[in-house]
Write a protein that binds this ligand. Structure first.
Ligand code: SF4
Length: 385
């Protein structure tokens, strides 16, 4: 297929595809799906070999958010029956992080609900980073605390954070449809602040919120323009009790096409398969490893993922290897970025997927697959890692 040859060629040269090419990936048919995955796999292999980086989420503060992001179980007015708790103490967070590191994670993501941190919150997180580093000096810490104010990114870096994560989530044109309490430009501003402070910028998207193919391409192009180091790709987890509880438009095939498009547009960045992989990719999860080079281990913030051991088995069975702490995730040309700045109306693709042998129409609701997190941080039960 000429399209895929062109995209491989551009991906190996870090050349930006055209928007039409990116849209065409989303429009490929199921007959071409394996060719699309194989083409994205060539680009992935060129930049990241067969390595899979594991990331581990620690939810420092769960629920009770004043913002109204409609995809989020922690939003203002959410009726989702999630765990709610306020800030974990540094030693509690360090114990939670340790479970992930023992499970093979090289990055720990410290996440807190809320519009953004206060100065006191940033100091709590600084203490938490210190507690984690005391146990595991080499672990990469990524903070994800919402919109940042002046000086907070620098303080987090000084405290030992390696990265800061703040998703753009969706295209600017659609942002007001998913959130009214802050704007797309606020999110872009925080990503820029993190880069300016010398933190590695992590920012991604959520697919499956009713966006068009053009919206998806636009948000991924916006991420490429921001030149972020890692791009988490979430597939909406339609929680009961949120406005998007009935949004089940994704199919495993569409998820793979979206991941491939992200890989072609952002060929040399850490593309991370994030929330929703189990419920939307289902048995096709291993195919995604040919496209992404990073996943979360175990559970998500408010929902349960598959068992951590199942993640490790999947990686091994598919012929990939867990990336160790001694290996740089990013290609050499990207590693200098941080040093040199030292000072979450659907048009599900034209390639409609066919029905399946379960008798369910494509993208049919599978609320039975969404499990609210009831173990690990904030509970008395051991974490899944
Ligand atoms: S995504 Fe973040 S800011 Fe938005 S409602 Fe959820 S916790 Fe709050």
């Amino acid at each position: 297929m000429d399209l895929l040859d062109t995209l491989i060629d551009k991906g190996l040269r870090r050349e930006l595809p055209t928007r039409a090419e990116a849209l065409a990936v989303l429009g490929t048919s199921d007959d071409d799906l394996l060719d699309v995955v194989a083409a994205a796999g060539k680009v992935r292999r060129h930049w990241f070999g067969r390595r899979v980086k594991l990331n581990y989420l620690v939810n420092l503060k769960s629920g009770l958010c004043p913002e109204d992001c409609s995809y989020c179980s922690q939003r203002l007015g959410s009726k989702a029956e999630i765990l709610t708790y306020t800030w974990l103490k540094p030693d509690e967070a360090a114990a939670a992080a340790e479970a992930g590191v023992v499970g093979g994670a090289k990055r720990v993501c410290l996440v807190a609900s809320g519009r953004g941190p206060t100065g006191r919150d940033v100091e709590r997180v600084a203490d938490t980073i210190a507690a984690i580093k005391k146990q595991n000096e080499d672990v990469e810490i990524c903070a994800c605390l919402g919109l940042l104010s002046d000086g907070q990114a620098a303080r987090l870096r000084e405290a030992g954070a390696y990265a800061y994560s703040h998703n753009l989530n969706t295209a600017e044109a659609m942002y007001a449809d998913i959130c009214t309490t802050h704007e797309f430009t606020d999110r872009v501003g925080t990503v820029r602040q993190t880069k300016a402070a010398g933190l590695s910028a992590c920012s991604g998207l959520i697919a499956g919120m009713g966006e068009s193919d053009t919206d998806l391409v636009n948000v991924v192009f916006a991420l490429r323009e921001l030149d972020v180091d890692s791009v988490p790709v979430n597939f909406l987890i339609p929680f009961d009790g949120t406005p998007m509880a009935k949004e089940w438009a994704l199919t495993p095939q569409r998820c793979l096409r979206i991941l491939a498009m992200v890989r072609f547009v952002c060929p040399d960045v850490e593309v991370r398969l994030a929330g929703g992989r189990e419920i939307h990719l289902r048995t096709l999860q291993p195919l995604a490893l040919y496209v992404v080079n990073s996943i979360f281990l175990g559970d998500y913030l408010t929902s349960e993922g598959q068992a951590g051991q199942a993640d490790l088995d999947m990686i091994g069975d598919a012929g990939f290897e867990v990336e160790g702490t001694g290996t740089n995730t990013l290609p050499e040309h990207r590693r200098g970025v941080r040093a040199s700045t030292a000072d979450d109306a659907c048009e599900p693709g034209t390639g409609a997927s066919g029905g399946d042998r379960t008798g369910r129409p494509p993208g049919s609701a599978r609320a039975d697959l969404v499990a609210v997190r009831r173990r690990g941080t904030g509970t008395d039960l051991p974490p899944n890692a």
